[in-house]
Design a protein around this ligand. Structure first.
Ligand code: PEP
Length: 244
């Protein structure tokens, strides 16, 4: 039995008021999933302080491919760990598309994150064009393979996020999501069978209170990576409560 996990990705949104509101809301919520919040970096410290007595972890949305040096604007994995992060999102489709991150760079970041003691949340997923061309599984496996060649499975979560479902209001059907999740687990098993059965696989892409329960009820879906709906306390709590 795998522990469920729900991760909030605030992207470039939120403020200190949302930190307070979300923590207060979660403090009085009943939720059997582990919960992680990934705010913009300037709010990490406030969030970490506010969640100290709660069962909520804090994560970064990205980390640098460098550990230190003259790289203005970058944030190292060790720095995230030092301010209390336990997780970091890596390979999000927005980073791949808007910041030209490729599989090699992402694999390097995963290694640095894990060396710093963080759990890397590796995001994978196909574009609409790739899905329509019948290439979904090939694309996802290619995104995974670079990372899986040299990874600490104890510090890895994989999030399947079809690009066409992110922020669009269009969600993969439970069957579509389960099919890819099962294929990911099978593919991971070709690297490490035991790790594959224990690996947390999250679905992301327009998860809302109305569709969370049916998505999370699928055999190979262990929770969600939530963007837009994680900015609304009522919606995020409802999604957290929908886990099996
Ligand atoms: C995301 O960006 O990781 C995401 C899943 O966004 P949304 O829930 O808004 O589709």
């Amino acid at each position: 039995m795998r522990q469920s996990l729900v991760i909030a990705n605030w992207k470039l949104n939120g403020n200190l008021k949302l930190v307070d509101d979300m923590v207060s809301a979660l403090a009085s919520a009943r939720c059997s999933a582990d919960v992680v919040i990934c705010p913009p970096a300037p709010y990490l410290a406030a969030l970490e302080t506010a969640t100290q007595r709660l069962n909520i972890e804090v994560g970064g949305q990205n980390c640098s491919v460098y550990s230190s040096g003259a790289y203005t604007g970058e944030i190292a994995a060790e720095m995230l760990a030092e301010v209390g992060c336990k997780y970091v999102l890596l390979g999000h489709s927005e980073r791949r598309a808007l910041f030209a991150e490729d599989d090699m760079l992402i694999a390097k970041k995963v290694q640095l994150a894990q060396q710093a003691g963080l759990t890397a949340v590796l995001c994978v997923g196909e574009t609409l064009q790739q899905r329509e061309a019948g290439k979904t599984l090939d694309v996802v496996k290619a995104q995974l393979s670079e990372v899986l060649n040299d990874v600490d499975f104890n510090r890895l979560v994989v999030a399947y996020e079809p690009v066409w479902a992110i922020g669009t209001g269009e969600t993969a059907t439970p069957e579509q999501a389960q099919e890819v999740h099962a294929a990911i687990r099978q593919y991971v098993a070709t690297f490490n069978t035991d790790a594959a059965s224990k690996l947390a696989l999250l679905y992301g892409g327009s998860v809302k209170p109305e569709n969370a329960e049916i998505l999370f009820a699928q055999d190979d879906i262990d929770g969600g990576l939530i963007g837009g709906a994680s900015l609304n306390t009522d919606q995020f709590l409802a999604i957290c409560s929908a886990v099996k």
